[in-house]
Design a protein. Structure first.
Lengths: 270, 253
């Protein structure tokens, strides 16, 4: 096979949808691992240098204890339930509201001032009000998380719908599409990348809000566990809580990222 | 077939009125290939959008087959300058889009789509996403998509404006070959004088401020248009005539 032939074949592979610029995944994974090792090394270094933080083995031991007596699993379950409930409710409402706002100018004019107003209030600042109005059960916690994810996601969805290329809508119209078809087959797919970004941002704010929500009047949950550990100066437990939240948040974000890759692989720039 | 009667289109622009089209009248016969050429701002795209039913004239009217245009219709296919392919659909799904809207059954849809994908020479790429195609290939998908719904009229807005010169010549030849096999009435907008003369039965030269028809040139060269025709003195003479009409326009009387 001549060089030219090889070149043509490579070209054909590109045309067939292969992504030549992506680095080999193994190398990326190795760099990721090195980064983690360096991070833990720095942490250990700080601990040995006499700073007042627990060393990794102490945290690991504590994690083992918390896993063994079931505390960690119960806390994770409680926190995950709250995050997922709030997050999913928020997204479930944000997507249709964002679509309606982007599609119907009057709806946008009616709803947008309130969304912009509540966006300037950190969801945490709603907690006192939520507790007074909704009691100290699950409702206020889920509500605050819901609010955080709703506000992030609704704006992204709105941006997506407003940003849909006019030409694509015109192209659909001249191909005989009515409003319903344009909505379902053009507007929704065209704004899906924005919605997914909104969901990821919303998930981030959900986690951020969770811990604060649990600091108040919770009997279980990662935030509560850290709060009570603080009273006893139990630093390893706080570290276990922090790392667990980080790992869970990262894991959920990866799942969304995977969904994003699958759903929006048609995009030109990646 | 197509009849444009005293169409005027005015847009508001910075608090003033911008006359995109001032009293334009034009008739197209069935299966005629008419190109529209003119400087930017002469309202050629506005004219096309009015025929497509995407814009309404401020006064006057556009008739297609005797009926006034009130919106997009299945008898009019449109090919946009920016291809306007749905990037999340494969080539075949793009071509099937209009057929789906018409309620054509799945198997039939696929048969028709494959026929037109083959016609524009993209048979191997039916399952590919638009992002993997070159500009010229994308434009051919757009042509196949417009043809698939079987419109009797094709409105094309500078469809080859964004492709390189070599590809453009090939696309022109392919378009004529396709038109020869599947006759349509075509209104083709371009800013390229050579392209306008090479493709058309008639060239409509437009002028700007306000947008209006400056001159209509009958081409009268035989089809199929070959390289010999492109290089013939007759072609050059017509090309020069259209060129002068476009580039030496007198200001508004």
């Amino acid at each position: 096979m001549s060089l030219v032939e090889a070149d043509t074949r490579a070209g054909a592979a590109v045309a067939a949808g292969a992504q030549p610029r992506r680095r080999p995944p193994v190398r990326k994974l190795i760099l990721n691992l090195i980064s983690v090792v360096i991070g833990i090394g720095l942490w250990w270094g700080f601990s040995l240098a006499g700073h007042d933080i627990p060393a990794p083995p102490a945290v690991l031991t504590r994690a083992g204890e918390l896993i063994a007596d079931g505390t960690l699993a119960a806390d994770v379950l409680a926190s995950l339930t709250r995050v997922l409930a709030g997050f999913l409710l928020g997204v479930a409402l944000a997507v249709p509201v964002g679509f309606l706002m982007g599609w119907y100018a009057p709806v946008r004019a009616l709803v947008e001032p309130w969304i912009q107003f509540f966006r300037t209030i950190p969801p945490l600042a709603i907690i006192p009000l939520a507790i007074v109005l909704m009691g100290i059960e699950e409702t206020p916690k889920i509500f605050v998380i819901f609010l955080a994810s709703f506000l992030s996601c609704v704006i992204a969805t709105l941006q997506g719908v407003v940003g849909v290329d006019r030409t694509l809508i015109n192209a659909a119209r001249v191909l005989g599409a009515n409003d319903r078809i344009i909505f379902g087959r053009v507007v929704i797919p065209a704004s899906s990348p924005f919605i997914l970004v909104g969901m990821r941002v919303g998930l981030g704010s959900s986690w951020a809000t969770l811990v604060a929500a649990e600091l108040i009047a919770a009997q279980q949950g990662l935030g509560y566990r850290m709060q009570s550990a603080q009273l006893y100066y139990d630093l390893p437990t706080i570290f276990v809580g922090l790392i667990t939240i980080g790992v869970l948040g990262l894991g959920m974000d990866r799942i969304l990222l995977l969904a994003e890759k699958r759903l929006t692989s048609w995009q030109e720039t990646r | 077939m197509i009849s444009i009667e005293h169409v005027r289109k005015v847009f508001p622009l910075n608090g003033r009125e911008f006359v995109a089209l001032g009293d334009v009248s034009l008739e197209l016969a069935g299966n005629e290939f008419v190109t529209v050429v003119g400087p930017s701002g002469c309202g050629k795209t506005t004219l096309m959008n009015i025929l497509a039913g995407l814009e309404t004239p401020s006064s006057g009217r556009a008739l297609v087959n005797g009926a006034p245009v009130t919106g997009p219709g299945p008898e009019r296919g449109v090919i946009f300058q920016q291809y306007a392919l749905f990037p999340w659909l494969t080539v075949r799904e793009n071509v099937e889009f209009g057929l789906r809207n018409k309620g054509v059954p799945k198997a039939e849809r696929r048969r028709i789509a494959d026929h037109f994908i083959e016609l524009v020479g993209l048979g191997k790429f039916a399952g590919a996403l638009p992002k993997t195609l070159s500009g010229g290939m994308r434009q051919r998908v757009a042509i196949a998509r417009a043809y698939a719904v079987n419109p009797s009229i094709l409105l094309m807005d500078e469809p080859f404006g964004a492709v390189d010169a070599m590809t453009r010549v090939r696309l022109q030849e392919q378009l004529l070959a396709t038109w020869d096999r599947e006759k349509r009435t075509i209104l083709f907008i371009t800013h390229d004088v050579d392209e306008a003369v090479f493709l058309a039965n008639r060239v409509v030269v437009m002028a700007a401020h306000p947008g209006r028809i400056a001159e209509i040139v009958d081409v009268g060269l035989p089809y199929p248009r070959t390289d010999e025709i492109r290089l013939s003195p007759a072609f050059t003479a017509l090309r020069n005539r259209v060129w002068s009409a476009v580039h030496h326009q007198e200001p508004v009387p």
